[in-house]
Write a protein that binds this ligand. Structure first.
Ligand code: ADP
Ligand code: MG
Length: 336
């Protein structure tokens, strides 16, 4: 997904080394392209970036029985669970997007995800009955999960099963960026799967070019290019993660309002935002909302989005606005 041209440096600029680093995380890999000055060794940067995403995984994964998130899931209703500040930040952001999206995005969707055969629980025990799935109404009833930021603890007031898979990868990318910044790095491109964030511009001042994948199950083509400077992009689609249920492809993205996998004609949604966490959550939220309601809300909130409706060769591009505070910009006037 990354494209990069060799940086042209003027004679007076300090020498920068272009490093391409990566490692395992969240059932996938993180990647980083950084332009770093001479200083701390690459091996230390690699290990610190790995540590940053390992921390997010250890806190927010539904696949790790001992994760902080799963400790909340396992706790009985009403009992306080001590959690780290990073998890509090992501839970609060998730609930904020739930509210702003009218419940289309909902971190309480865990049981429904399992009911439709996706995620860690279904992998362990097979799909759970949909009728038995606990509620997922954090958009309408955010008080269902009480967050005590001062004492760093949370408690459920209803039997929620939390799932941060729609937002945690984006947060992981933000941690990569902050970690690199802590190393004095001012130029880099960081990603986990379809969640990508640019730190600064390239050393020659040009933007980072991100290829937007065409939503096609059978091939990996390009639908366009987005140029980013100090901005993030996240893409959620129905064309990679899906199951065949009785001959029908069902998406791993659930519409909490119908309690069923989404059924609209959007193939993918990309959102450009300041942080990868918000881009990630909003890409999922707008995918759930679908072309009409998703476009309308994106416009009202001044989100920068690319929505692709796709069926093989037929790809439509529509609904895109540039948010003023972002420096994300596109080369392709059809896209943005
Ligand atoms: P990906 O980038 O891997 O396609 P997304 O960011 O679109 O993933 O998030 C999808 C994941 O989020 C699902 O696998 C599920 O665990 C969870 N999820 C599904 N539906 C919702 C929803 N409506 N709101 C929040 N999270 C969801
Ligand atoms: Mg997402």
């Amino acid at each position: 997904m990354f494209t990069d041209r060799p940086a042209e440096r003027s004679a007076w600029a300090p020498p920068l080394a272009r490093l391409a680093l990566n490692g395992p995380t969240m059932g996938s890999r993180w990647t980083a392209i950084v332009h770093a000055g001479a200083g701390r060794p690459t091996i230390e940067l690699q290990a610190t970036l790995q540590g940053a995403v390992d921390l997010v995984d250890a806190q927010m994964s539904t696949w790790r029985p001992g994760s902080d998130l799963n400790r909340i899931n396992a706790a009985p209703v009403g009992r306080w669970v001590d959690v780290p500040p990073e998890l509090i930040e992501v839970l609060a952001a998730g609930i904020a997007v739930s509210r702003a999206s009218g419940g289309a995005f909902d971190i309480g969707v865990g049981d429904l995800v399992a009911a439709w055969g996706f995620g860690a629980q279904a992998a362990r025990t097979g799909p759970v009955p949909a009728q038995a799935a606990s509620c997922c109404d954090l958009g309408a009833a955010p008080q269902s999960l009480e967050i005590d930021t001062v004492n760093r603890r949370v408690r459920k007031h209803v039997p929620l099963v939390l799932d941060l898979s729609g937002i945690a990868k984006g947060y992981g990318v933000d941690r990569l960026v902050e970690t690199a910044r802590g190393f004095g790095i001012a130029s880099g491109l960081f990603g986990i799967d379809g969640e990508i964030r640019a730190l600064g511009a390239k050393p020659d001042g040009s933007a980072w070019a991100i290829a937007l994948e065409a939503p096609d199950r059978t091939s990996r083509g390009t639908a366009g290019v987005i140029e980013l400077v100090d901005a993030a992009i996240a893409t959620s689609g129905t064309y990679r993660q899906y199951r065949d249920v009785g001959g029908r492809c069902v998406s791993h993205t659930i519409d909490p309002r119908t309690r069923a996998p989404i059924a609209n004609d959007l193939a993918s949604v990309s959102v450009i935002a300041e942080t990868a966490m918000l881009a990630d959550a909003w890409a999922t939220a707008l995918l759930v909302l679908g072309p009409e309601a998703g476009s309308a809300l994106a416009k009202r909130l001044n989100l920068s989005v690319v929505m692709l409706r796709g069926d093989g060769e037929q790809i439509e591009r529509f609904a895109s606005w540039g948010a003023q505070h972002l420096r994300g910009r596109s080369r392709d006037s059809h896209l943005m």
